[in-house]
Design a protein. Sequence first.
Length: 151
Amino acid sequence: MHGLRIPHNACVLVGDGEKALFLRNEGDEMFPNLEVDRALTQENPPTHEQGTDRPGRMAESATGRRSALEETDWHRLEKERFAKDVAERLYRRAHSGRFDHLVIVAPPKTLGDLRGELHAEVKSRLLAEVGKDLTGHPIDRIEAILTRESA
């Protein structure tokens, strides 16, 4: 199978919920040359370091019993907030004409978070979604993985 064909000047977003690399293809479809356009990181410690409250309790009015509420996953909420921020940045870039084509590379959960936040203008430019975590890879390895594999 052939890999992705990433057009010249396309935006490639590689993210994981805590880090986002906005890459631009300075090459062409046959020989991509991804360059870092912008990098965002967010410090997101585990939930146990962010929240100190015990889970709440709620009384059920019909039975009078009390039940525990699920503890808030602050780490997960921060990842969702980061996805909203990244989606907003993609919108501003698309709206200002900085890219015509977009490829998003992220773990499946992060892809879902992003997908739900993308503006229609960004979605219309989406070429492919790749459900992989490549944020820890060097740029040349990201190029090789994307051009060898199908999305």
